[in-house]
Design a binder for this molecule. Structure first.
Ligand code: AMP
Ligand code: GLY
Length: 422
């Protein structure tokens, strides 16, 4: 099979690493990719980037399957674009239709969907310019802190949590007035859920689903979960508090009604659903849906899957997941993200990355890296994700931290307490 993978982060490097191990693969292209995917596959850049240019490439190069990493092309309708083209319709794409990606693309849509299908989530209220005056009454029914979310995609920055009512009012106005552009035309106010978060993933072909390994992501930049939110500073899998009893509740109260709801709405969905959950006491609540795999969760989930990944993707595409047997490595995977000093604020890039060849016993997935004059240099906030497998969390983390020390670039920063709370 010839495969085109879309994306450029650590998630895509992990997917590429797994895809090249498939016995069914003949050639892997990644667009735009990074230095890590460039080492193991063929990176291509579409200039200008458009659905048409992707489609043309797929036809000319006789690509057999397209795998979509990030949410943006899904929310913008790449899958629908393929479905509407005579020549592309038969090419399987791993990723939901635009309607399915609305689970991530519109928080208001996701909340209405959860309400309709009785899926546990925080109480909420939708605000826009026309019902702005009603927000106060809803806010007064809540206890602080207050959760204010821009409805649309806002590059992971659209959620703000504040402690007082005046700040909440101010934030709602700022969003409605365009703080996050179009994404904030509508705002969702939510009740704050107190608990511990985890990320649960399923692969679905629209009819049935399989549960993938769960993961815990460390979102804050600082040790002890302090400082601003990032894309994710590290992750571990499995998650000790995701006990069989708890996961049974997740399946019964959240996953099954979600899959059934998508079917009932007539929404095409062949891809991954990422359930961002909060465990409140012993009960799971949905904080958010994503229409893709997580990053850095993918960097710990994928190495624990023992199957040939193209066989999993084929089962999604052919709607034969009901007979697919997933084999999971029982070891623990941990990943530590090396980031650029200043991230998630402003940071410098273009620094050479040294000692990658000296890494032993870990897998290094590239995120923000590129080639420059034959050298591998930093090109993003999150630079490298160092994943290790161990018989327990301590062993996996020790390996990742050993290599985090060895790899070197100017401004390297990482959290030294990934997994500290488990
Ligand atoms: P999101 O971008 O939707 O993942 O939200 C960012 C983070 O905000 C989440 O990972 C949670 O830590 C937090 N968050 C979002 N919604 C809530 C909520 N209703 N209660 C508590 N924390 C929340
Ligand atoms: N790590 C969280 C996300 O991918 O959105």
């Amino acid at each position: 099979m010839k495969v085109l993978l879309i994306g450029s982060g650590g998630r895509e490097n992990a997917l590429a690493w797994k895809i090249i191990q498939s016995k069914h693969l003949t050639q892997l292209f990644v667009t735009p990719g990074n230095a890590g995917t460039g080492n193991i596959a063929i990176n291509i850049e579409f200039v200008p980037y458009s659905f048409e240019s992707i489609g043309k490439f797929v036809i000319v190069n006789k690509i057999d399957m397209v795998v979509v990493g990030p949410e943006e092309p899904l929310v913008k309708g790449l899958v629908d674009f393929f479905a509407s083209s005579e020549r592309l319709r038969s090419v399987p794409i791993i990723g939901p239709s635009k309607a399915g990606a609305m689970l991530e693309g519109s928080k208001a849509f996701a909340k209405e969907f959860m309400t309709k299908y009785h899926i546990p989530t925080a109480r909420f209220f939708r605000v826009n310019a026309s019902n702005r005056s009603e927000a106060k009454a809803f806010l007064q029914t809540l206890q602080p802190p207050y959760v204010i979310k821009a409805d649309g995609l806002a590059a992971g920055k659209g959620v703000v949590i504040v402690n007082t009512l005046p700040e909440a009012e101010q934030e709602i106005d700022a969003m409605l007035q365009g703080k996050f552009g179009q994404a904030g035309k509508e705002v969702v106010i939510e009740e704050y859920l107190q608990g511990i978060e985890l990320s649960v993933f399923v692969a679905t072909d629209g009819k049935s689903y399989i549960l993938l390994p769960e993961a815990k992501d460390y979102k804050r930049v600082g040790e002890g979960d302090t400082g601003p939110n990032t894309g994710g500073m590290g992750a571990v899998s499995p998650v000790p508090f995701a006990t069989p009893d708890f996961m049974q509740k997740v399946e019964n109260k959240i996953i099954k009604p979600t899959i059934a709801g998508l079917q009932q709405e007539g929404i095409e969905y062949k891809g991954f659903i990422f359930f961002g959950l909060m465990k409140v006491g012993d009960e799971p609540y949905v904080i958010e849906y994503n229409a893709r795999l997580g990053d850095p969760e993918t960097e710990v989930i994928i190495p624990r899957i023992k199957n040939d990944i193209l066989e999993l993707f084929n089962a999604i595409a052919n709607q034969t997941l009901n007979t697919f047997q997933l084999n999971i490595d029982t070891r623990t995977a941990a990943t530590v993200m090396l980031v650029s000093k200043g991230y998630p604020g402003t940071y410098e890039k273009g620094f050479e990355i040294n000692n990658l060849v000296n890494v032993k016993d870990s897998i290094v997935f590239h995120a923000g890296t590129t080639f420059h004059n034959g050298r591998t240099v930093t090109s993003g906030g999150r630079v490298l994700s160092i994943t290790s497998l161990g018989k327990n969390l301590k062993e996996a983390l020790a390996l990742s931290y050993k290599n985090a020390e060895i790899i070197d670039f100017q401004g390297k920063y990482y959290r030294r307490d990934i997994g500290f709370d488990l």
